[in-house]
Write a protein that binds this ligand. Structure first.
Ligand code: SAH
Length: 392
């Protein structure tokens, strides 16, 4: 097993307080001194020399340090392997009824900047830190020994990689990876485009919400799945509801949803290409009624600055959706914007219900699937919210 070189970093008071509070991200402005190169592991102390842990270092990144351990331990090959094995064991324990799910979830698995998603026999990696990228020859064997995948793909197309000084692009790291894989999520099978689809090919963080939503639409006459993408919610709902309409502004997404309906032998789905805002407004103005409406928009707030505008957009679609519900109807409403917090979402839904003149009972508040765990002291790991409400 190979060992690692070690640099050092000293934090200012604010950075040290943040590290002690359990947040792994230390910004450049909170670092007093640092020695090392991009991707090195550094020993981190406060100004008095007290140990705070060890961190991935990248002087090019705004998040200059990512603390990986609070101990003074070697982060050698065996350490990486142990973290990966622990992450795999956690998923094993979840007894996931699917063959596509997240195996490693970055900070939440103690491996900042490493995401590993499984799609059947294939693995898709997203790497957002120079330290992980440099140690790929440690990471890949650990994954191969644990899982024996047919192929491993790096989805390195996120623009954020540039901020870490990493090359942007998609490449096969091991074996062979086809453009298209058929994955299974509970009762549903779907095509995932690992090289070109959104994220690593699908919205794996919604897996448990897809299944939860289906529990509420048993026997529903009509379900409207807005922002459907390849039919994540629609395909599950269509197993138990009489009719489901999938709405998306992207023709490509609807083509994928149509093929997925075929793969599952479902004939009770329709597909509508439209802007969600226009469609919801027109149909609520016409007084149409649905037994269930599902809203899963893209992140309207990508930064704190965008939160006010995003709030107006979330309110608009939720208000319209509430108006569209028949008495007893179900609203499944999601937000994946970290900057649109659970509290802000609750306020926004309250104000939408008030303006829609609807009494809405809360059936469930949900988050991202349990293979995408949240860390209590790292609020950024909690981003996906999903409320299930019932019109009273
Ligand atoms: N519900 C999906 C994921 C949705 S991703 C699942 O569970 O798998 C968000 C989707 O919203 C994308 O497919 C995107 O094409 C679509 N979209 C974005 N803006 C839109 C708009 N204004 N109107 C309709 N669809 C939109």
């Amino acid at each position: 097993m190979r060992t690692d070189t070690i640099g050092r970093a000293i934090l200012k008071g604010k950075g040290a307080a943040r590290a002690r509070a359990g947040h792994p991200w230390i910004y450049r402005s909170d670092v007093a001194e640092a020695e090392g190169g991009a991707g090195d592991v550094v020993r981190v102390t406060d100004r008095a020399g007290r140990l705070l842990g060890r961190a991935f270092y990248n002087p090019q990144s705004e998040i200059t340090l990512r603390i990986v351990t609070r101990e003074d331990e070697e982060t050698d090959e065996a350490w990486f392997r142990a973290r990966i094995q622990k992450a795999l064991a956690y998923r094993e324990g979840l007894k996931i009824d699917a063959d596509a799910y997240r195996l490693v979830h970055s900070e939440a698995d103690g491996l900042p900047g490493l995401v590993v998603d499984r799609y059947g026999a294939y693995l898709v990696l997203q790497i957002g830190s120079a330290a992980v990228e440099r140690r790929l020859d440690w990471v890949l064997p650990a994954l191969q020994d644990g899982l024996a995948p047919t192929g491993i793909l790096l989805r390195g197309d996120a623009a954020s990689r540039r901020r870490e000084g990493l090359e942007v692009g998609i490449r096969v790291l091991a074996g062979e990876v086809p453009d298209l894989v058929v994955a299974r999520e509970g009762r549903v099978r779907y095509e995932a485009r690992l090289k070109t689809g959104q994220k690593t090919g699908s919205f794996l963080d919604q897996r448990e919400n897809h299944e939860a939503a289906a529990r509420y639409v048993e026997g529903a006459e009509n379900v409207l799945d807005v922002f459907s993408y390849a039919g994540g919610f629609a395909l599950h709902a269509a197993q138990v509801a009489k009719g489901v309409e999938a709405v998306d502004s992207s023709g490509g997404a609807l083509d994928a949803a149509r093929r997925n309906a075929e793969i599952n032998g479902l004939e009770n789905l329709t597909f509508t290409r439209a802007s969600a805002f226009d469609l919801l407004r027109e149909r609520s103005d016409r007084g149409e009624r649905y037994d269930a409406v599902i809203l899963d928009p893209p992140a309207f707030a990508k930064s704190r600055r965008e939160a006010p505008r995003a709030t107006r957009a979330y309110k608009e679609i939720n208000l319209r959706a509430m108006k569209l519900l028949a008495p007893g109807g179900i609203l499944v409403t999601c937000s994946c914007s970290y900057h649109f917090s659970r509290e802000l979402m609750e306020d926004t839904l309250r104000s939408a219900a008030a303006d829609a003149g609807r009494t809405m009972r809360i059936r469930e508040w949900r988050g991202q699937a349990s293979d995408h765990p949240e860390v209590l002291t790292v609020p950024e790991t909690r981003y996906l919210k999903c409320a299930i409400l019932e019109r009273g």
